[in-house]
Design a protein around this ligand. Structure first.
Ligand SMILES: Cc1cc2nc3c(=O)[nH]c(=O)nc-3n(C[C@H](O)[C@H](O)[C@H](O)COP(=O)(O)OP(=O)(O)OC[C@H]3O[C@@H](n4cnc5c(N)ncnc54)[C@H](O)[C@@H]3O)c2cc1C
Length: 426
């Protein structure tokens, strides 16, 4: 098993050869070269703005080339919770944004001719316990009644038509969701941003951000650029360049393994409709096929990726995968890797402006579609000057209770344990 991002072996990832020089001045400096930053840069550059994407590593290096490639409807929190918290009207706008986000990905893929296997294969949410299936029944009714959105149930008896296991107690299917190869998509998006005229500057970690009168001085490791506006698109890798934002975001590790290639027959048995699959647990697993490999991910350790967390997580994930699919007992795991998610304390995505700095953060594992879409819509709002009207800007962005967080997530082991307890109790 190699500690390597499998997706990178399938894509022509942007490199750091022929580095784009840091310009002296731009209209907008975008910090972070993932879906959010690149989608924003593409939109801004198309409108004639002078934009530089400043990326610490190479374009797409972060979560955007490491994820499960699930282009999902909905948000991290169940819509029932969101209605209770924010009321029906706002909940409707937020849910609609999630549907629009899938359309945005589809549209960009088409317009920019990005070869990344975009397909509306739907997602499947599997019930780990009988009471989860009862909750899914409620969910089907609720989504239809409140949002006029049709999702359907799959009973335990019908389950084999959807997934090659008897582990689950039924499932819910949403046909609207899609799958992509995440690295091919982010590489394509970087090319699209460049063609639109954005400068993509790799190896340009921003070390300091100073606010002057009507402009920012952005100091990178390769030089300084003066920008009228700044957009933070740094997700789980948000550092202390914008301390107030860093204190609102918890970086959490998520890990993935990829098996060797399976036979057509076995791949079809495991996921006959090629769904994007995840389970109902707090400590959830998510999995899907790509090129006849099982790509199996989960929050196996809460700390972000390093050699140890990847190794430990790969072992845990292999065990979990064989529990779901005993057919994979003797199948080799060829790749294991990790990436960092960004959770806000309220588990919601937030956009807005803080101390003059625009941001789009807190995707909580739902950022493939949403990052791409919010990158675009935040860019549009920056140009129009109406960010406050954005649906994801219309509720509070809370920090840690009692301010007990300075950007170093000391509480992650407790959070991990808490999730395990919740799974056991519930
Ligand atoms: C293992 C894993 C699986 C996932 N699976 C899914 C999934 O199936 N579906 C889904 O919807 N979501 C999934 N997600 C979440 C999704 O990948 C992210 O929400 C999304 O990629 C965020 O995109 P982004 O552009 O905001 O951030 P990123 O792609 O993380 O990019 C942020 C970039 O900012 C750069 N940066 C940070 N600080 C600085 C600085 N000071 N100067 C310059 N650059 C800086 C980093 O180097 C990084 O490249 C998953 C995430 C992980 C890690």
């Amino acid at each position: 098993m190699k500690q390597q991002i499998y997706w990178h072996t399938t894509a022509d990832m942007p490199s750091d050869k022929n580095l784009t020089p840091i310009p002296d001045r731009v209209d907008i400096a975008v910090i972070g070269g993932g879906y959010t930053g690149l989608s924003a840069a593409r939109t801004l550059a198309k409108q004639g703005m002078k934009v530089a994407v400043l990326e610490a590593e190479t374009m797409g290096w972060g979560a955007s080339s490491r994820n499960g490639g699930m282009v999902l409807s909905g948000l991290k929190l169940p819509m029932q919770t969101i209605v209770k918290r924010y009321g029906r009207d706002l909940a409707k706008r937020l849910f609609q944004a999630s549907l629009d986000s899938i359309d945005t990905v589809e549209q960009i893929v088409k317009e920019e001719k990005i070869d990344c296997g975009f397909a509306r294969t739907g997602h499947l949410l599997a019930a780990d316990k009988p009471k989860h299936f009862d909750a899914l029944k409620d969910e089907v009714e609720f989504m239809e009644k409140e949002f006029n959105h049709k999702v359907h149930l799959v009973s335990r008896e019908q389950q084999r038509e959807e997934i090659g296991t008897d582990l689950y107690h039924g499932a819910l299917v949403d046909e609207v969701s899609a799958g992509i190869n995440p690295a091919q998509f982010v590489a394509g998006l970087a090319g699209a941003a460049e063609r639109a005229g954005a400068l993509t500057c790799a190896r340009a970690r921003v070390n300091k951000l100073r606010r002057g009168e009507k402009r920012f001085v952005v100091e990178t490791e390769r030089g300084t650029v003066v920008a009228q506006s700044v957009l933070m698109a740094t997700s789980g890798y948000t550092g202390n360049v914008a301390k107030k934002l860093q204190r609102k975001i918890i970086p959490i590790g998520s890990f993935v393994i990829a098996t060797e290639k399976l036979s057509d027959v076995l791949a079809h048995e495991l996921s006959p409709k090629n769904r994007m699959i995840f389970d109902y647990k707090h400590y959830l697993n998510y999995f899907r096929l790509w090129d006849n490999r099982m790509i199996f991910g989960g929050r196996a350790a809460f700390f972000p990726e390093n050699e140890n967390t990847i190794r430990q997580s790969a072992e845990i994930l292999q065990r979990e995968m064989v529990t779901v699919y005993p057919q994979l007992k003797d199948v080799a795991v060829e790749y294991a890797w990790g990436g960092t998610l960004d959770f806000a304390f309220d588990m919601m995505t937030h956009v807005g402006e803080m101390d003059g700095i625009f941001y789009s953060l807190g995707y909580a594992g739902h950022g493939v579609a949403m990052g791409t879409h919010l990158g675009k819509t935040v860019a549009e709002a920056m140009m129009k000057g109406n960010i406050k009207e954005h649906p994801f800007a219309s509720f509070d962005f809370p920090g840690a209770p009692l301010g007990l967080y300075d950007g170093r997530p000391w509480f992650l082991p407790f959070a991990g344990m808490w999730h395990k307890i919740l799974d056991w109790v519930e």
